[in-house]
Design a protein around this ligand. Structure first.
Ligand code: COA
Length: 389
């Protein structure tokens, strides 16, 4: 029985900034951001969107009433938690009106959380072939205004429905993993912005990729030539280029892999880092934008979460019947966004509510998403489903 990703959905907030504008505001050469970092635009989340609402908006793009009934597990991967105790999966279950006969919980390991969730979901469906699992990765990447990491911020959510006989991607065995306690990127409880040793983190990413890829080749006797595309966690798209350079040569197959990577980084370059969802945004980007996707394609996926955990695994493309519908949906969402000036972005960035005990009510008059945050009352976050009158 094959098990994997049957449906995938994406949501990113309606605002973005242009990296050329940001470069000018920070006195940098625009090519540093466009070429050196590989980002063209960056999503900006208004205060009315958080991980719960973005995850709900992403999952709502594909969930049917039947899907909702069959979901027996809701796994929420995030490193932008909204509560120290209660899982974001509970709010999501409520907002999406999912079945209560389900396990619902949150996973944290930096940008690796959604991969841990996906692997757990696959194992669960192998034991319970009639069940479905909803796995989401949702984050707001915040490094701070005028920091080196600022150009690698972003916001968004990817939701995936894991089932038997999946339409999109069968997840294969084995996967190879490597973990080690390192301080390349972390966010202490008292901060809403990450602390990052960026160059060290880049080196660790490459080191973990090399280790898990070598381990994978030893375990399976497969080489680069056994794959049609390689997909990466993309904190910024140049990171994937750096990783590919360690394994590709100038032969014909390498050229083909480079070409596929162009399609795999398209959406990430326009959205920025969405942490846990980034690898899966790249998967979606490849499925939507490569003209070479066909059933049976073999893809390699590298997941990395600072701190740090790396995992390499492989997938086999299914019939992928609806991938072009997904492309239309995402292209439309990205085209409909509003460009902010750098001053407007800074105002929104600074307006994000720090964790505080007081009640507050947000201005939601310009919200056009189905799900958004209304405010806080009696220490409880209050969410809105716009479909509910
Ligand atoms: N034209 C083209 N490229 C240029 C350029 C120009 N005018 N100016 C600089 N560059 C290139 C540099 O050569 C460099 O390329 P390289 O990485 O291939 O060597 C790249 O742009 C970045 O320049 P650098 O000086 O290294 O940038 P920085 O010190 O400001 O920081 C990061 C870059 C990525 C380290 C920083 O943005 C960061 O820390 N981001 C967060 C990373 C992260 O998310 N880590 C954790 C999760 S994996």
């Amino acid at each position: 029985m094959s098990v994997g990703i049957d449906k995938i959905g994406f949501y990113t907030p309606k605002f973005y900034i242009d990296m050329v504008d940001l470069a000018h505001a920070r006195n940098e050469d625009p090519n540093k951001y466009l070429v050196g970092i590989g980002q063209t635009r960056q999503a900006v989340a208004p205060v009315t969107q958080d991980i719960v609402t973005m995850a709900a908006n992403a999952a709502a793009t594909f969930l049917t009433a039947e899907d909702k009934q069959n979901i027996e597990m809701i796994i929420f991967g995030t490193e932008s938690g909204i509560d120290n105790s209660k899982a974001a999966a509970m709010y999501l279950q409520n907002l999406l009106e999912l079945s209560h006969e389900a396990r619902a919980f949150e996973i944290k390991q930096a940008c690796y959380g959604a991969t841990a969730g996906l692997q757990m979901a696959v194992d669960f469906v192998k034991l319970h072939p009639e069940a479905s699992v909803l796995v989401v990765g949702a984050d707001i990447a915040r490094y701070g205004i005028n920091t080196p990491g600022e150009v690698t911020q972003g916001a968004g959510a990817v939701a995936m429905l894991v089932k038997s006989n999946p339409d999109l991607v069968e997840i294969e065995e084995p996967s190879t993993f490597y973990s080690e306690d390192i301080m390349d990127f972390w966010r202490p409880l008292y901060r809403s912005e990450a602390i990052v040793d960026g160059h060290y983190s880049n080196n660790m990413y490459i080191d973990f990729f090399t280790k898990t890829w070598e381990q994978y080749q030893q375990k399976t006797n497969q080489t680069m030539n056994d794959f049609d595309a390689f997909l990466f966690h993309l904190p910024y798209t140049k990171m994937g280029i750096k990783a590919l350079r360690t394994i590709l040569t100038d032969d014909d197959h390498s050229q083909k892999i480079w070409q596929e990577f162009e399609a795999a980084k398209k959406y990430n370059a326009e959205v920025g880092n969405i942490y846990t969802g980034s690898l899966y945004l790249s998967l979606l980007s490849w499925l939507a934008n490569s003209t070479n996707v066909k059933q049976g394609n073999h893809i390699g996926l590298f997941s990395f979460g600072s701190g740090a955990q790396g995992e390499f695994f492989a997938g086999r493309i299914g019939p992928a019947k609806k991938r072009l519908e997904i492309k239309d949906q995402v292209d439309e969402m990205l085209a409909d966004r509003t460009l902010l000036s750098i001053d407007e972005y800074e105002e929104i960035f600074n307006a994000r509510k720090p964790f505080e005990s007081a009640d507050y009510q947000l201005d939601t008059s310009s919200e056009n998403a189905n799900y958004y945050l209304l405010g806080q009352k009696n220490h409880q976050l209050i969410y809105k489903n716009a479909n509910e009158k």
